[in-house]
Design a protein around this ligand. Structure first.
Ligand SMILES: Cc1ncc(COP(=O)(O)O)c(C=O)c1O
Length: 410
């Protein structure tokens, strides 16, 4: 092991490896330069050729004359980005990964790359509203129809598949804001039965808590803006899967253009190194918060897959190593009372997003669904008293004490 760690330029591949070892080492050795420990930020839009013959050699073999891999233009490839992609593929147990400029760039690029016109998608509800919006409006304009089925209803999911026409089953796990859990086994089985590709948006899950590819899911997607980067300082997205599918996506990214900036790729790589310890702390605090709120008289209902009252608790226990860092709950009170409680909190910031070191809190009725009427919000399942608490890495007791004092004020 020590000998492997000291061999400077080889990829780090001893077995067995835990996720935290992979998170610190995988892919990093590929881009070493000047014996520097950290992956260099190759901040360039293009790459030069030493001579016309070098160019011809590259066009023939896509390498320098000495066989070294090289890049041609920033939209097609970058060593910093490639190092992060390799690390993320290792963490998810995939063969390869393709990094994008945001989670939505990953969603839109993936679907635009693989779907033919006239295709049909089946998607579970309670998933990220912009993904749903992209499918139901943008893809519809291109002649691609989407059927949305209730999360957890696998008969409806199967019934919605049109054999020969449906190309994609899209689900998310845990979902936002109710933290519903998708059954990866059942979704993968449906995919195989009807020859439909399957996608899980695993943003809320993280590769620390779940690894959908191991169940036979075809594509895993993350908004790397969240837990993977972990510091609320960048936007990025990633798709992970088999080598041939990722090659097709990488080629398509060169056309669609949603490439991430090398500086952000570096920051993402730095964030990934602490993913294991951050997520472990967030799992611990979130479970403690869910249990605390579940017993609190001023809380009507808690949504967290780690507690027995959640509809998918048993599935979560079977499928997840930890239940994640987001807890949703309903305050005993109306829109104003709920706002008063949030304003009384001292630790979390009021902000959208999740997965960073700082706790963030929001009232979905006022954040993501502000423009809707109360009736429209209710139809979408968004109650006025619903709170989404994305827990950071602050001390668990401080978070609990903060909730306690704020609830005492309403
Ligand atoms: C589950 C999920 N998927 C995708 C996205 C989109 O990611 P990004 O904001 O990085 O574009 C988000 C953003 O909140 C998300 O929560």
């Amino acid at each position: 092991m020590v000998a492997v760690l000291r061999s400077e330029y080889d990829d780090f591949t001893p077995e067995p490896q835990g996720n935290s070892t992979r998170a610190v080492h995988d892919g990093a050795r590929r881009a070493k330069a000047f014996n520097a420990l950290n992956t260099p930020i190759v901040q360039t839009a293009t790459y030069t050729f030493r001579s016309t013959q070098d160019l011809i050699d590259y066009m023939e073999r896509k390498t320098w004359g000495d066989g070294e891999e090289r890049e041609e233009y920033g939209r097609y490839g970058n060593p910093t980005i490639a190092a992060v992609e390799q690390r993320l593929a290792a963490l998810e147990g995939g063969e390869d990964a393709v990094l994008y400029a945001s989670g939505m760039a990953a969603v839109t690029s993936l679907l635009l790359s693989v779907l033919p016109s006239g295709a049909h998608i089946v998607m579970t509800d309670d998933c990220y509203r912009r993904t749903r919006q992209f499918c139901l409006t943008f893809l519809q304009r291109l002649g691609i129809e989407t059927t949305v089925t209730p999360m957890g209803d696998y008969d409806a999911l199967e019934a919605a598949i049109i054999p020969g026409k449906t190309r994609f089953l899209i689900s998310e796990s845990p979902t936002n804001p109710y933290l519903r859990i998708a059954d990866f086994d059942r979704i993968a089985q449906l995919g195989r039965k009807y020859r439909v590709r399957t996608l899980i948006d695993s943003t809320f899950g993280t590769p620390v808590n779940q690894r959908p590819l191991e169940y036979g899911i075809d594509f895993v997607l993350h908004s790397a803006t969240k837990y993977l980067s972990g510091h609320n300082d960048l936007l990025a997205g990633v798709v992970i899967g088999s080598a041939d599918r990722m090659k097709a996506l990488r080629d398509a990214r060169g056309v669609l253009g949603g490439v991430v900036d090398p500086q952000n790729a570096y920051l993402l790589e730095r964030g990934i190194k602490t993913l294991g310890v951050r997520v472990a702390q967030q799992n611990t605090s979130a479970l403690a918060v869910a249990r605390f709120l579940d017993k609190h008289p001023r809380i009507e209902r808690v949504w967290y897959p780690g507690i027995a009252s959640h509809p998918d608790h048993h599935l979560a226990v079977r499928q997840m190593q930890g239940f994640g860092g987001v807890v949703s709950f309903e305050v005993a009170g109306d829109l104003r009372t709920t706002g008063k409680f949030i304003d009384a909190l001292r630790i979390p910031y009021i902000a959208p997003s999740l997965g960073g070191v700082e706790s963030l809190i929001e009232q979905p009725a006022l954040m993501s669904y502000y423009e809707k009427t109360p009736e429209e919000r209710l139809a979408l399942g968004i109650k006025d008293n619903l709170v989404r608490f994305a827990i950071g890495i602050e001390d668990t007791d401080d978070i609990l004490n903060d909730l306690d004092q704020a609830l005492a004020l309403i």
